[in-house]
Ligand binder design. Structure first.
Ligand SMILES: [Zn+2]
Length: 327
């Protein structure tokens, strides 16, 4: 079953399996949750639960149907393709799905449409889908995914079963990431910064989000050096909506400021640890050790607040104004 690499999230799994076991299936779903939590993996898991030859509500991962889904070759599991850079779905793409939906499945009992990442889908395109979601043929299962339920029209939301995906425990996250062959100490570090969001940890380990985070951290450091409130606000506002990235940047920023405090205390530059050592040295020349310490404490306070699920954009805004006060 873990061959689907969809860990924990037992509420979702139990909801699906009890539907299938009791033969009371629902045809339209929305899987929602932050980026990296495994919405598409959940969609595959649900497809396999519906199509598994064992039919006990939990994909076995071994039958022909499960294996085809794992390899993304099942003829009855259809992934809608977004178009262009924006990742929007064209009306035509969704209309085609609506038109083809009545055609019976090739192999299995169900034909499953996965329409992932619908966050930027415009209203007319969503409306094109509405007819299918209102009256789906019995053999159709439609699985939508989005980061937030508010991305979808209320008329769609009211007709789908919404299932949320959640962070997993450190143990499951480690297990999931170990499959990709990362070093165990790197995995631990990623989980420490990003929590049990497997996708975010993976992109951190692949050096994807870290690149963006380092850039933002550098720019924020520069904005503190030059006392440029506008630049600081602009950089911080990039983080709104992305909690793992915010935490990553704040952790990196803490390192830079800790370095600045060390540099201020006359430590050798060689012992600095952060990602922006030059910035730390410059920062040390522009603000006193006492100010650096205050900023450091403010940031750690907000890391805690954001970790305990405070409102992210509120936290970013007040963090920004507290740093401005200190500057
Ligand atoms: Zn199976």
């Amino acid at each position: 079953m873990e061959s689907f690499s969809f860990y924990e999230n037992n509420i979702l799994k139990n909801t699906i399996s009890s539907m299938i076991v009791k033969n009371r299936v629902v045809n339209s779903f929305l899987i929602y949750g932050e980026k990296g939590l495994g919405k598409k993996t959940a969609a595959d898991y649900i497809s396999a639960a519906f199509l598994c030859e064992k039919g006990n509500g939990v994909p076995c991962g071994e039958c022909k149907s499960c294996r085809m889904i794992l390899h993304k070759t099942h003829p009855d599991v259809i992934y809608a393709l977004p178009s262009g850079k924006s990742g929007n779905y064209k009306i035509d793409t969704l209309r085609e799905i609506v038109e083809n939906a009545p055609i019976m499945p090739n192999e299995g009992k169900y034909k499953i449409y996965i329409i992932a990442d619908m966050d930027n889908t415009l209203v007319p395109a969503q409306n094109a889908l509405l007819k299918l979601i209102e009256e789906p043929p019995d053999h159709c299962v439609i699985i939508l995914t989005a980061q937030s339920r508010s991305a979808l029209l209320p008329t769609i939301i009211s007709r789908v079963v919404s299932l949320s995906v959640h962070e997993v425990s450190s143990g499951s996250c480690e297990k999931a990431l170990a499959q990709y062959g990362y070093k165990s100490e790197d995995i631990k570090k990623a989980i420490e910064i990003l929590g049990g969001n497997i996708g975010k940890c993976k992109s951190y380990l692949d050096g994807e989000s870290i690149v963006d985070a380092v850039t933002i951290t550098k720019n924020i450091t520069d904005s503190i050096i030059s006392a440029d409130e506008y630049l600081m606000l602009k950089e911080f506002s990039e983080l709104i909506g992305d909690k793992p990235m915010t935490l990553l940047v704040l952790n990196l920023l803490c390192e830079v400021i800790r370095d600045a405090m060390s540099a201020n205390a006359g430590c050798d530059e060689k012992i600095l640890i952060g990602t922006y050592k030059n910035g730390a040295v410059k920062l040390a020349k522009h603000i006193s050790k006492a100010k650096a310490r205050k900023i450091y404490l403010v940031i750690t306070k907000y890391i805690e607040r954001i970790n305990s699920n405070g409102n992210l954009s509120l936290a970013i805004n007040s963090l920004c104004s507290e740093i401005k006060e200190i500057m």
